[in-house]
Each structure stands twice: as C-alpha cells, then as structure tokens.
Design a protein around this ligand. Structure first.
Ligand code: MN
Length: 283
C-alpha cells in the first residue's frame, strides 16, 4: 500500500475521524458507507486514523468533557475494520494516526493509560497484536481525491514536502540512537500537527497535486463537530470527545470539485446521529 492513496473520480466519499475505540460510531459510519455503496457509482470510506485507544471509564465516573459515554473496545473495532477493508477491497481506507503509529515505532501515547499501545496489545494478545501491527505498517498517510480537490489526512498539513514521493519515503521507526524524540520530521508533522497557516497548507496541497483545494483532518477534538479556522483547513470531529448530537461526518460526491473548506463544510458535513440533540453544534 502506498503512503499516498488516490481515490476514484466518481462515487460517494464518506469520511470519519478519531474513533478511539468507539464501536458504535464505527458501525454507524459503516452503515452510512454501505448505504452509499448501493448507489450507481458506489462509495469509498476513509477513516483518518486514531481508530484505537479510548477510555475504559465506568459511566458513573465519566467526565463531561469526553462527550457521550462509551466504553472503548479497540480490539473488536480493529477486527471489524480489517474484515470490512478485506470485504470492500480498494473502497475502504484507514489512514495512520499517531495512536496506530504508537504500535509500530511511534512515540508512546498516554491518553487514558500510561502506555496506550501496551494496554491494547495486552488486551489483544500476541497473535492479534502481530496481525494488527503488520497491518498498521502498511496504512497510508494521505488520501487524495483529485477531481473533488480534496486531501484527507490525520492531522494538519504543516509538513514541508516537495512531492508525494517525500511521503513514500518516510520511516515509521522513531526512537533511534539520537533519542526518543528523533524520528522522521515529515511523519511527526503529518501525525501530530494541530493546525498550520494558509500558505503552508496550500504549499503542502500543491506539492501533492496542483488540483487540490481543501484538506480534511481530525486529530484534535472540535466539540462543535468541525472547525474552519482558516482556509483551506477543515478539522472534523466524528466521534471522540463529542456528544452524539454534535458528531459530524463528510459525505461528498467525488465528481464534484470543491473550492474552499467553508463550501465543503456547508454542503458536505452531515450529523452522524441526526435524531440526537446537538449540545455545542450550531443547528
Ligand atoms: Mn491523533
């Protein structure tokens, strides 16, 4: 699998972000994808990383800032995600997030456990761990929908690159002899940057393909469901840290070009649970 995947020019595109082990939200996105896949040109599902590592907190102690209660089940989510990608070969893509990277050479992440990857690997056991870690190493970093003018990735496009080849060359292995912080600078930006400037984002898009106009990513929690802090950046929250009524996903026709993040947000974002009341989201 290349690090930059190119999506088709037709069909529906469904995009979700940051599930962090939320099985219910994963299954809802799958349901939406499968409904869209029944259309004339089919559909593509892209989840932009951090499928794993979530809270295992009893409901009585659940803090408000985490949004709607859920018990993370990253192990089951991964099994289902893998089966889905195998069933819909070439139509389902998971992009590497910093939480998956923690299993295959990335820095330790400690959101709810001191070492999230270690916690999940204990839950999965040796065999599933080996299977999943081998799988993670092949996950792409960016998905490009050229005709729609879209790039999808885990975090903000703050990396300085000359071309897509720079992404094909990244090494997943961090923590070399130069110390735990050493590692691929481009990869660190791709997986961790929370925002960037307009000019830097446009330079990133141009380096990948001059036709790209907007970039969609997650990584950060936007309690309102999305943010267009500045063009061409659309930060999307489909699951983690949000209340059910605020969770959003992207549904876009791959044959339709988009010019701005604002336009994409206004016409492409939909509530994950339309029947649930928004808490922070503007109606
Ligand atoms: Mn992340």
């Amino acid at each position: 699998m290349p690090r930059v995947v190119r999506l088709p020019d037709r069909g529906r595109l469904i995009v979700g972000t940051d599930l962090q082990g939320n099985l219910k939200d994963f299954e809802r996105l799958v349901e939406l994808f499968e409904q869209a896949a029944g259309g004339p040109d089919g559909a593509v599902l892209v989840l932009t990383g951090d499928l794993v590592h979530g809270p295992e907190i009893p409901e009585a102690y659940w803090p408000d800032y985490l949004g709607s209660f859920f018990a993370a089940d990253s192990s089951t989510l991964l099994k289902k995600a893998k089966a889905l990608a195998e069933h819909y070969d070439g139509r389902v893509f998971y992009l590497l997030g910093n939480h998956e990277h923690a299993h295959v050479g990335g820095p330790v992440v400690s959101k709810f456990f001191p070492n999230e990857a270690l916690r999940l690997e204990r839950l999965m056991g040796r065999e599933q761990t080996q299977t999943m870690n081998e799988w993670f190493t092949g996950w792409p970093l960016v998905a490009i929908a050229r005709r729609a003018g879209l790039a999808l990735m885990h975090a903000a496009p703050n990396a300085v690159i000359d071309s897509a080849d720079d992404l094909e060359r990244v090494s997943l292995r961090f923590g070399t002899s130069e110390g735990p912080e050493s590692g691929d600078e481009v990869l660190a930006e791709i997986l961790w940057a929370r925002t960037t400037t307009t000019s830097r984002a446009r330079a990133f898009l141009r380096a990948l393909d001059p036709d790209l106009r907007v970039v969609v990513f997650g990584h950060d929690v936007v309690r309102e469901g999305y943010a267009v802090e500045r063009e061409p950046l659309l930060c999307l929250s489909s699951s983690f840290g949000c209340f059910d009524g605020d969770k959003l996903y992207l549904d876009w026709d791959l044959s339709q070009p988009t010019d701005t993040a604002r336009q994409l947000a206004d016409h492409g974002l939909k509530p994950l649970y339309p029947d649930r009341q928004p808490v922070f989201r503007m109606r």
